[in-house]
Design a protein around this ligand. Structure first.
Ligand code: PAF
Length: 279
């Protein structure tokens, strides 16, 4: 596996006649990331992963400084998975000057849910992804694989690619889960043993909410009840909600099963977890 620590190194490593299949990450790789790399492999001529902890998508009080950085282990996992090129730019290389030119996604999609609770998050994500796309896929176009675990992020990126007519196909990867159903996430590493056992309650709450949604004739109180149930277990929920997959707007009585997604974000101790379930 070739490791490019700068944009110049990356450009040397990529050749115009080989279309990359690209998996952007912030490192601290787990089986969910590796599954995306494996999914990407047959979709391009060269498999490229990136590791870059993007300061722009963290709020000042969030975990940018403590975000787990596990360089050696990440390299070993990518190498074992058959990744061809790892792009891991230094901050001074990707952002040599303050990044004042930013990508602002459509607020109707980006200011709700995650964007409501983490203002500016999707500006930071869209800006770095646009820049990573320019570095990795700018010369050739290609494919990029994003996990469904970050459901709204996937939709924002799809919208960005469509509106800027980028020659990039966005492919979605299914969420990888631990045996008990907890969605794999780098932030699971923050959980204490006791919290780790409790953490599965988020995916269980989403499953229950989806089932109740399908069974109930009056759905008005279901989301609040789902949040209350988590609160009673010691969580601090930001949202548990049923939305339309097409635009993430609140689901209506006309929206049929098969077009919906239950999304949740909640804090357990100091750890904020997100998850979702299509139904
Ligand atoms: O999902 C992530 O890990 C990040 O948001 C991404 C897409 C790599 C951008 O920093």
């Amino acid at each position: 596996m070739l490791i490019a620590r700068s944009i110049a190194d990356l450009r040397q490593a990529l050749t115009p006649n080989r279309r990359p299949a690209f998996v952007p990450t912030m490192g601290n790789l787990h089986e969910g990331h590796i599954a995306l790399v494996r999914q990407a492999q047959p979709l391009g001529d060269v498999t490229v992963a990136s590791i870059f902890v993007n300061r722009l998508q963290f709020l000042p009080h969030e975990d940018f400084d403590s975000y787990p950085r596990t360089w050696e282990a990440d390299c070993a996992k990518l190498q074992a998975a058959g990744c061809d090129v790892l792009f891991a730019p230094r901050e001074a290389d990707l952002y040599p000057e303050p990044q004042t030119f930013k990508v602002h996604p459509d607020p109707r999609l980006a200011d709700m849910l995650e964007g409501h609770f983490r203002p500016g998050f999707f500006v930071g994500v869209s800006t770095v992804v646009m820049k990573l796309f320019a570095c990795v896929l700018g010369a050739t176009g290609g494919v990029a694989v994003f996990g469904k675990k970050d459901y709204q992020q996937l939709m924002v990126i799809r919208h960005m690619v469509r509106q800027f007519a980028l020659p990039i196909e966005i492919v979605a990867g299914e969420t990888c889960r631990a045996a008990d159903g907890l969605a794999l996430s780098s932030r699971n590493g923050y959980l204490s043993l006791e919290e780790r056992q409790e953490a599965v309650a988020l995916s269980q709450a989403l499953k229950r909410l989806a089932q109740q949604w399908l069974d109930a004739s009056d759905r008005s109180a279901l989301e609040a009840q789902a949040q209350d149930a988590l609160r009673a277990r010691g969580w601090a929920p930001d949202y548990l909600t049923v939305r339309r997959r097409a635009d993430l707007l609140p689901a209506t009585a006309d929206d049929a099963a098969g077009t919906l997604v239950a999304l949740g974000a909640a804090r357990l101790g100091n750890t904020r977890l997100i998850d979702n379930l299509e139904f």
